[in-house]
Design a protein. Sequence first.
Length: 255
Amino acid sequence: MRKMVRWMVVAGAAGAVSLFLIAVFALAPATAAAGTSGRVVAPQQTPIVHTLYLPVVMRVHIPPTPTPTPTREPSTIRLAFESKLNEAGANYEIYTIRADGTDLFNVSNLAGGDLDPDWSPGGTMIAWVHYGDNEEIYAANADSTQVRNLTNMGGFDRAPDWSPDGTKIAFHSFRDNRYEVYVMNADGTNQVRMTNHSCQSHDPVWSPDGSKIAYICGLDNMQDVFLMHASVPYSGYRVTHNEAPDTSISCTWAT
């Protein structure tokens, strides 16, 4: 007896796969039969059909990928900035805030105005420019304790920049009737004039190793970058040769 097996696979929605065994055919053995005329009639096979349904369903569910929800991680890193905080008539103050936007804190909290904050290398202190009767370099601990006037010279002192080791601060001053670059100890002592150019020297920036100071010489036009040895007064020399008029430039070191 021969058997014939037929399978049917049906693919459905949502990843469903159905497998059916739809029929088993059994063919009975052939037998010869005599016809009415005496001839032998060809054997007839009588199929025996067994229909059997065996559903086998495999359903695979693949959930959609969820969209990540942004979260703010707690941060101990702080930023320093100057702001009036949108208060009409308020003075500019020096604020710090965590990098995640929390814990806003007023560091300066002084009458007058406070601008241009600069962190000490260890992040424990901040220097800035205080605008009152004069423009002076102030500094304080990051928690606003020990606020003090570092320059206190009655001139216009601006643009403080800490040395990489945190022991000195470079700045520029108008105390000699033109802008020149000065360096002082971090506590305000030993203020030393470092430049002597007729072109007006300002905006000093320490090199990463603390050995040199770059600065700008020139005001409304013909400004150039100069460089000097940080420990040698009046050692500045011209680095760029800018002939374009009305140019305002700044410089920074690669780290």
